[in-house]
Design a protein. Sequence first.
Length: 268
Amino acid sequence: MFAVDRRVLAKLEPVVKRVLIVDPNPHAARLLTDIMKGLGGRDIIVESTGKRALQAATALEPGIVFIERTGEELDGEALAKALRRSNLNCRRAPIIMVTAEATASTIKGARDAGVHEFLRKPFTSADLFKRVENVALKPRDWVEAVGYIGPDRRRFNSGEFSGPGKRRADRPATGAAAQAETRDQAMRILAAALDQFDNDPMQAVRAIREQAATLKTLAMKASDSRLAIAVGALEVSMAGGPPTKATLAAPIGTLLAMAPPEPIKKAG
């Protein structure tokens, strides 16, 4: 194990103190356990199946999760999606997927499952530390849609990834541009959530609540009273009883009408 500055370890501590490792290979799980202990891991649980992993996540509430992509009774991508769509307190915990198959399709599959990082076997302590440091110290915006739930895929950090997310033009926007980008994404997710409401009502409602909170914050920052009133109307419609597609259509339609003139592409 290589030396890590104590100040860095102190910053990692909130994330690494509770660790869930899902890997049917005991030797691989032991290696991960030993490295994470060196980084400050205190409570570390190892499970070999997806079902037991979700049960462990409920009890442990891990700050970080390592998932092997495939194994007997284990589908890593399905487990990541299940965790993201659950009501567990740790549903937003960073997930690092570990596998010996680092192909373009497996990396894309991990990213689209809501995984934060991708780690290829065999790996070194330094490789693992880099991934842990990324998820702990370089947080990414959270996307709560219907088709996708997880960290912003445009900011995929994995050193294994060399696709569009590595282009200079895909770097995070700042200032007014960042606010416009956030507002545009929220509007697109609202449109998609309403469109897909009947397929997954629970997640659609969760996505709509998240976008309402995002737009409310933007309205306050920009002193945009028109946007604030429209968001308020959406919040009222969601507070008056179980939301339905019919009760949400009008307030969401009002918000979408405030978007830029170009067509809003459905997201999530």
